[in-house]
Write a protein that binds this ligand. Structure first.
Ligand SMILES: C[S@@+](CC[C@H](N)C(=O)[O-])C[C@H]1O[C@@H](n2cnc3c(N)ncnc32)[C@H](O)[C@@H]1O
Length: 483
């Protein structure tokens, strides 16, 4: 049986005014399940209003001709990888040495699991003989293929590390945890990961993609495209076990680089939030009626998944005066992933002291949120899992909830042609990891898609590559309301 997920609208009077269904509040977080598009959230949390927006809409001016992503240069940070450059970089700053040591250990651990994973699949004779994916994996299990994989990942790790440390040195975001947030959890997670490999293998062998709990298969709240085993993951997005494993599995897949790639979304996000906050404070906004009390900026994090990026974001909110008062609303369609993200947030005593963190169980295509109530939307690894129509609905929703002048920061897979060396890998991903919408995502011109689906309101401002991830920034036409 799935857990009782309430259908609910936030209410100004907790426990008293439910419009329909039930609600529960856990400390300062709020859970809701949005059943209808028309639901609007405008309630009181213990410390302040959840949403506050009366700003006027800036009319979105459609452009004469549709823009194209190729008109915005794709930034591809790159660094020399010869021994002398690496050595010099390591000695530049004592923090760099510590960081490099920590990330190499971390990445080495996940890469070792990755090799274990590849070999486990390849050893499964039946699998290798019967399926194309098996053949691919057994090819990649030769010694030289594995050596190439390790060398390739270590080079990429070094480049990503430099990118990250440059952001840290420039004060864009704070130094991330060197090894793991919860080191005592690493070993049990690794054992659990290894035990789950067989189940993943069986799903792959049988090419089964609908092995999720029956109750969810029947539940019409979940869209058709969502009820499947993305990545041949046990239970899809529909169990607590899946949620607990997810971030670990992703780190193994990306050889310990996933969190670094996710953090690249902080680069265009945090300076923007600081600028909005200081603009508001300079104009006396933030203590008045509209963005009160204490909310200086409103951020929508959708989907929050099992919480990795959320924790990095909140680490910065907690330690940077210039981000104080940021209200972070986390949305995900999986109640299990949402709970896992919340549990991790709550487990950290420094983060759980933050007053404005909210969790909503909702579909990003139909957000139960007021129009023009967010300064920024940040979205990591969502679009490649949505069919085209859902992407368009999502963009329309984000356009609706963003304030004029607001920003969308979207991080997802790199696309076809971004790195010719990786094009072949991208083309294997759809089949190898059951990602049915991946091919259409990698071919999509995002500038054009956002232009069309937002009615010309969202414009591509920049795009940057970070290894396998691409970070897009879109801005909504109009100026942030000053008061
Ligand atoms: C690949 S995961 C990425 C999660 C997270 N952002 C991360 O970086 O790990 C995709 C997430 O999107 C969520 N998701 C997929 N479709 C969704 C939708 N229509 N509305 C809200 N969340 C959705 C899934 O539940 C899952 O947590």
């Amino acid at each position: 049986m799935p857990p009782a997920v309430p259908t609910f609208i936030l209410s100004p009077h907790w426990g008293k005014q439910f419009i329909h269904g039930r609600a529960w509040r856990a400390s300062r977080s709020v859970w809701c399940r949005a059943g209808r598009h028309s639901l609007a959230v405008s309630g009181q949390t213990r410390r302040g209003r959840l949403q506050a927006s009366t700003s006027t809409t800036a009319a979105a001016a459609p452009e004469a001709s549709a823009p194209s992503a190729s008109s915005v240069p794709l930034a591809r940070p790159s660094y020399a990888t010869d021994a002398l450059s690496v050595f010099r970089w390591l000695l530049e700053d004592p923090r760099t040495l510590l960081y490099a040591g920590g990330s190499s250990l971390r990445s080495g651990f996940f890469l070792a699991l990755r090799l274990f994973n590849i070999n486990a699949y390849a050893r499964s004779q039946q699998f290798a003989q019967n399926s194309k994916v098996g053949t691919l994996l057994s090819q990649s299990s030769t010694l030289s293929a594995q050596r190439n994989l390790v060398v390739f990942f270590l080079q990429q790790l070094y480049k990503l590390g430099r990118l990250e440390m440059e952001q840290v040195r420039a004060g864009v975001y704070k130094t991330p945890p060197f090894l793991a947030r919860s080191p005592w959890r690493v070993l049990p997670r690794a054992i659990d990961f290894a035990q789950d490999l067989r189940r993943g293998l069986e799903l792959r062998e049988q090419e089964r993609t609908d092995a999720i709990p029956q109750a969810f298969l029947r539940d019409t709240f979940y869209p058709w495209y969502y009820k499947r085993n993305f990545h041949y993951q046990t239970d899809g997005y529909f169990s607590a076990d899946s949620a607990r494993r997810y971030d670990f599995q992703v780190e193994v897949l990306f050889g310990g680089t996933a969190d670094i790639m996710r953090r690249q979304a902080l680069v265009p996000l945090l300076p923007f939030l600081r600028a909005v906050r200081s603009q508001r404070l300079a104009h006396g906004v933030g203590n008045g009626a509209r963005f009160t009390p204490g909310h200086t900026t409103d951020v929508l994090n959708v989907p929050c998944g099992a919480g990795s990026f959320l924790l990095d974001l909140l680490d910065n909110v907690a330690s940077d005066m210039r981000l104080r008062g940021a209200h972070v609303v986390n949305v995900d369609l999986s109640p299990f992933y949402l709970r896992e993200a919340e549990r991790r947030f709550r487990d950290d005593s420094r983060l759980r002291a933050l007053p404005h963190v909210t969790f909503l169980h909702a579909n990003t295509e139909q957000l139960p949120l007021e129009r023009e109530s967010f300064d920024a939307v940040v979205s990591i690894y969502l679009f490649h899992e949505l069919p085209d129509e859902a992407r368009r609905n999502t963009i329309a929703e984000w356009t609706r909830v963003l304030r004029p002048g607001g920003r969308v920061v979207l991080a997802d897979s790199l696309q076809a042609g971004d790195d010719p060396q990786l094009d072949a890998t991208l083309s294997r991903f759809r089949k190898g990891y059951h990602e049915p919408f991946y091919d259409s995502y990698v071919q999509t011109d995002m500038a054009q898609l956002f232009h069309e689906a937002s009615g010309g309101a969202l414009k591509l401002k920049s795009q940057t590559l970070a290894f396998l991830t691409k970070v897009f920034v879109f801005e909504k036409v109009g100026v942030m309301p000053r008061q």
